[in-house]
Design a protein around this ligand. Sequence first.
Ligand SMILES: [Zn+2]
Length: 297
Amino acid sequence: MPLTFYRSEFSVEEREKMFENIWNARQEPYRVAPHVWMVSGHIDQSDFLIDTGDGLILIDTPQPEYDYALIDSIYKAGFKPSDIKLHLITHEHGDHDGAARLIKELSGCKIYMSRESWERKLHPVNRPMPKGRGVPHMGAVPEYEPDEFYDDDTPIKLGNITIRTLLTPGHTPGVTSFFFDDTDEKTGKTYHVGMHGGLGIDAMRPDRCGVEPWGATVEERDRYIDQCWELSMMDIDITLASHSNQANINANIPEDRNDYTPFIEPRAWPVMLLERRARVMEFRAGANTYYGNEKRM
Ligand SMILES: [Zn+2]
């Protein structure tokens, strides 16, 4: 099934179902690239396990209540949490770093995040979230500390994988995106893989941009607009979503969860970024086109 690659929103009914019972969001793992599996265990959260050939890299973890589902998914994908050597965090929200401490305790891995995200973690700002929005049932994130900050000039290497990081503020000041190549030994084909670390635009709404405490600054908003444009020209074969329903991923998970080929879709990356850019440009022009059921990322 081809990706329709337009970002699908959960319907009001789907969201209500998730709020009603946390386990309604359960999701089994699936493969998204030759050596990458989606292991969050949750239909709305995306955490990726990369098999480097010399240990595992885990990108993000779900909200704390989903610890068990994350661990279960790692095993079901055929791996062991104790083999995680590096844990990379996209940004400091609890639906992205909920199990950072758990993973550290299970594996002794090294935790990476951006300096800017750590700064926000130390000095959190409250995000006003209307009832029925946000992450259902999310409790407090157990404390952890990063071992390293990203240096965008120094790629992170482990085994066969080299990840280039890029600070991409807007959703929060510390959002970090990841880029790497992944080769399928069976076919000899190499794919460019990209993950934007946080595309949520609520902090850039006209009524929030430039407003303390948690609105994005005008500079961050403008940088987001420019960066989405620049990034959209990158040659990305496989787009990893920072929430699973970006790029209409959920609707396109194949029956064979080991088959990553439906996710090879070079148009998904530019379409996703240009849609986000257009929305924030509307914000900059003063239109508050923020929809009531917009999901945060
Ligand atoms: Zn977020």
